[in-house]
Design a protein around this ligand. Sequence first.
Ligand code: MSP
Length: 506
Amino acid sequence: MRQKKNKFYITTPIYYVNASPHIGHSYTNIAADTLARAMRHSLGEKITGEKVWFLTGSDEHGQKIQRAADEAKMSPQEFVDKVVVQFKALWGELGISNNDFIRTTEERHRRTVERVLSILFARGDIYRSQYEGLYCTPCETFWLESQAAGQICPECKRPVEKIAETSYFFRMSAYQQRLIDHLKASPRFVEPRIRYNEVFSFLTMNTLTDLCISRPKGRLSWGIPLPFDPDHVTYVWFDALINYISAVGTFGEDDQYRSSWWNPETEIVQLIGKDIVRHHAVYWPIMLMALGINLPDTIVAHGWWMIGEDKMSKSRGNAVSPSAVVEKFGIDVYRYFLLRDVPFGTDGNFSEEALVRRFNGDLANDLGNLVYRTLTMVEKYFQGVVPPAGIPAGRAAEIYEKLRLLPGAVSERLSCDGDFNFSAALEKIWEVIAYANKYVEETKPWNLAKENKTEELKSFIRLLVDVIRAASAELEPFMPATAASIKEQLGADTVRKGKPLFPRII
Ligand code: MSP
């Protein structure tokens, strides 16, 4: 197991604000939020932002944005100012606890990007040359001949264009071996394993070409001008990746980057979708190496939310708005479904039927039922006062042992060693819930009451209360409002029964 660090920095991709956010975008932020909350808890954060820093933001430059702005007949700045509001509002609505939100049009970001460009240009890691290649405009990505078979973009399947122009290049090739060595030494650098293998074979089977990091102003003006050649703007990806350091630190006079979050003493975890692995696991670490900055600990790539056979995306016209789902089912149900239904890393199919199935099964029947029946019994048999614990034996002792092991089991699954498997972590919590429900059916506490077995009944009900308290403490990072509601109802010595948490949807 890697040595634990006592600070944690987690990032999400910064989203293109060319259209409204959809379920896919919200997935990364909900996952990151869950990890941030779990880490705040496990590192014992007392003051907000003391031990955990959670960054998200918006990617506001480049051709995609310029085009969307043109279509909306607005200036790019006006356009992004308008769309970014929707992203910020959604994160608020979903209870996302990010500590900061970075926009690439902010001054603090522009200054850092200019600094990075100047440093790398002065060192010879950025140089001027002529570019000839295949470019996919919608994806803003250059492809090798071998990748764009038939001159078709492998990502979006649209035709690529052959381009020749004066450009600036980032000398990635010089760092290829160092990155391979790093991957060999850090098998957890990219998660899950399938993505690590992809990156590893990409690096070992191809010779890296230098990355074109500029666009002539004539073709694209919406970007950060190169400080050493104002006729060119920075390639949107080179600009965007820098957000992870521009938001949390600065370069000193000595060209050294300093940050209280991006440093070797902090565990740095970067969540991304599997579509942007190459940018994050190849370009980005090489940029950091060239700048003499430490690499992140882990880049975790999740799968896609699909609608039938297609990836959910604005361009495919199948985007589902998170707000619509939340309005109908509630925030926590939405969060639960996304994190529970598929293991992180795997593609998932989004459908309301699947969500209702999870709702009625896991939430209404299992969790909701356990809480409601327990509260009802505390009221009915003990006038609402939680009875004291007995001395557990047999099944009860077994359940208490499970409760003791639960926090470790959950945090293990939420760590690098557990492949950040949110679904498996939830499964662990549900195991205890299911066990307790089964125990209720077997023990039939109503019979204990009838037979006046008061002591047995007391310790039995107390056991159920303890199961709920333990489960809801573990549930907090996933379903903060539900955990709070359970705490409100069952946290004190005297219970306060509310409405059922998850009334079944017929
Ligand atoms: N702006 C770049 C990222 C720059 S990071 C320095 C970008 N933006 S994006 O808005 O197109 O997509 C960003 C991320 O949204 C994806 O990597 C992924 O995390 C998430 N998703 C977008 N569509 C998705 C699905 N259908 N399913 C799951 N996640 C998806 O790329």
